[in-house]
Design a protein around this ligand. Sequence first.
Ligand SMILES: Nc1ncnc2c1ncn2[C@@H]1O[C@H](COP(=O)(O)OP(=O)(O)O)[C@@H](O)[C@H]1O
Ligand SMILES: [Mg+2]
Length: 163
Amino acid sequence: MHRLRTTSTTPDQTREFGVALGRAAQAGDILLLDGPFGSGKTVLVQGLALGLDVTEYVSSPSFIMINEHYGRLRLVHVDLYRVEQRLDPETLAQLEEELGGDAIGAVEWPGLLPAELRARSTELRLTPVDETTRTIDIATPSNHLAAAARDAGAHDGPGDTHG
Ligand SMILES: Nc1ncnc2c1ncn2[C@@H]1O[C@H](COP(=O)(O)OP(=O)(O)O)[C@@H](O)[C@H]1O
Ligand SMILES: [Mg+2]
């Protein structure tokens, strides 16, 4: 597992970090976006979409849970905020089917996903430091996304195992 960290001091910087990941993303990659309201999860996914050559505007899918965008690869943007306690088995089966495969998955509020799915995903945890500063902690089993994050300025984070 690669553990990296970067700091963003503007929305544009967070978006650009997403662009770098989007350019490097390969079919089947799943990105989990963790962090409180307003931490920049959707901003980062907007960058991810740009990096995947999605040309339409990416809004928050909060009210419909899954949005699809077509770029270099299909981007499946999921927001589980409205899912209260647990994912019912049908929804979970649908998500398992939609994420990965030939698409890139990006999931906001991923806390209810099963551990097995989380373990093969790239986790991006955004922590607000002040009004405009965000620490972005990356944990990924993916060499190409770790390399892209490094190229975009991320450095070793706490607990990196160089694995
Ligand atoms: N460094 C930063 N990175 C991302 N967003 C930032 C940053 N600084 C300020 N912001 C603001 O924080 C808000 C993040 O919104 P959004 O991406 O919708 O959050 P979330 O999806 O995590 O709820 C936006 O209004 C954005 O302009
Ligand atoms: Mg959001």
